[in-house]
Write a protein that binds this ligand. Structure first.
Ligand code: UD1
Length: 432
């Protein structure tokens, strides 16, 4: 199993290109199921989760090509973000089996397009990161509000809508990114108008709405908590660009805030993570939006402690919580980090402690007592975002840190070790 070896203590200097957002690419790819025409997506990151979703979509009959050629003929464009064409001319199977769905939670979202286009879908209950129970009740509830008949049998959600889905008003009892994606897709092909209230406002929801509208859907209000969708009879092909990854942006900004240095995060978009950038600035880093992206700089001064609470967008993202905790382990004083989205998202605490961090847990709050020095150690990645917090901490620790089980990292961070070593970090992947 691959691992990453880091020798800490180097400042970062140079440019890090920000990739297309994993969490936007996945729902856009799933939207390809909704038309027989070709959906072209630009800036798709090269990640294990994207490859996995390509396999899942292939099982339903989606054909794809990279820059006009089949992926295996073309290589992968050097491993960086690329343009992929997806064509679901015929849906050959409306079942998403356990073997495929269990590897990635977002693949459950195919339920929306399959149901809307084919009138039926049989989708395994999902797996994914072990960060809490992550149920699917909101999806079931919402699709039922659009007139779907739903049974859960033998680990599968079986959804039917023989006479087409029907628009309705649905108020989400809790903000959910995935359920907002799915209901927006399903309602686009329903009869009549749907109004979604308490919808997720994440930039990825906006990116999906732009994609669906480019395909002929009639969606208004994405990015606010009320989304209105006028159903249409069919969607067509389109060409859409995946937005830059705000979580990758925030992660590298925190790496610089922690290790020190001066880095341009090329193609990053500040409005996608303003709250997190404000927090990082409060820790003492200088954040400057430029024509090319975001410049992050921190010189000799210490790291100031800042309290944060995770919230749905536009609040501080749960996907940056672990990385921020990494940064706070070296702050000059005490900070409190409260997780409100997922109940079991503190698995990085024990691993950060192996590097010398002082963290105590009190319910959903972690109290971090900053230390002046972290010391390198072997650590274990437990989930996608937790693992990158260990990398950040390793960059600022004295000596050598080895991060094991990095397949988690490969799910969501494109060429992490190349991007960091390009800025002077001593970091390498060790195979086997
Ligand atoms: C997405 C992101 C993930 C991010 C999360 C929150 C992708 C691929 N993943 O995940 O990186 O951490 O948003 O910003 O975009 N919930 C229910 N019932 C449901 C659905 C969700 O109770 O049917 C709960 C979840 O357990 C969680 C909360 O709602 O407590 C928010 O989850 P949700 O926004 O749905 O997360 P995902 O879409 O899975």
């Amino acid at each position: 199993m691959d691992r990453i070896r880091i020798v800490g203590g180097r400042e970062l200097a140079g440019t890090i290109p920000i990739s297309g957002a994993k969490n936007a690419a996945l729902p856009l790819m799933i939207a390809a199921l909704m038309t027989g025409d070709t959906l072209t997506l630009e800036n798709v990151p090269h990640l294990a989760d994207v490859e996995q979703l390509i396999r899942i979509l292939g099982n339903h009959g989606v054909d794809y090509s990279v820059n006009g050629k089949r992926d295996h003929q073309n290589g992968n464009g050097g491993g960086y973000s690329r343009t992929i064409n997806f064509t679901a001319r015929d849906i050959v199977d409306t079942t998403a089996p356990y073997e495929l769905v269990s590897k990635m939670r977002a693949s459950f979202w195919v339920i929306g397009p399959l149901l809307a286009r084919m009138g039926e879908a049989r989708v395994s209950l999902p797996g994914g990161c072990a960060i809490g129970t992550r149920p699917v009740d909101l999806f079931i509830d919402g699709l039922q509000a659009l007139g779907a008949d739903i049974d859960v049998d033998n680990g599968y959600v079986i959804a039917k809508a023989k006479n087409r889905l029907k628009g309705n008003r649905y108020v989400f009892p809790k903000v959910s990114v995935g359920a907002t994606h799915v209901l927006m897709m399903a309602a686009s092909l329903a009869r009549g108008e749907t109004v979604l209230e308490n919808a997720a406002r994440e930039p990825e929801v906006v990116n999906l709405a732009e994609c669906l509208n480019a395909m002929g859907a009639k969606i208004h209000g994405a990015g606010t908590s009320t989304i209105t969708i006028d159903g249409v009879d069919q969607l067509s092909g389109a060409s859409v660009r995946v937005i830059p990854d705000r979580i990758e942006t925030g992660t590298y900004a925190m790496a610089v805030a922690m290790a020190g240095g001066d880095v341009l995060l090329k193609d990053a978009q500040p409005d996608l993570l303003q709250n997190a950038l404000d927090v990082i600035a409060q820790t003492g880093a200088e954040i400057t939006p430029t024509n090319e992206g975001i410049r992050v700089k921190r010189n000799g001064a210490g790291i100031s402690p800042v309290d944060v609470t995770t919230e749905p967008f536009p609040g501080f993202p749960t996907d940056l919580q672990a990385q921020f905790m990494g940064l706070m382990t070296k702050a000059k004083g005490k900070s409190r980090i409260t997780e409100t989205i997922f109940e079991n998202r503190f698995m990085h605490v024990q691993e950060l402690a192996r590097l010398g961090a002082h963290i105590t847990l009190s319910g959903q709050t972690a109290i971090v007592e900053g230390v002046s020095k972290l010391k390198g150690a072997p650590v274990m990645a437990t989930d996608l975002r937790a693992s990158v917090s260990l990398v950040i901490a390793g960059l600022a620790a004295e000596g050598e840190t080895t991060v094991n089980r990095i397949y988690h990292l490969d799910r969501g961070f494109e060429r992490l070790e190349d991007k960091l070593s390009g800025c002077g970090a001593v970091i390498e992947r060790i195979s086997g």
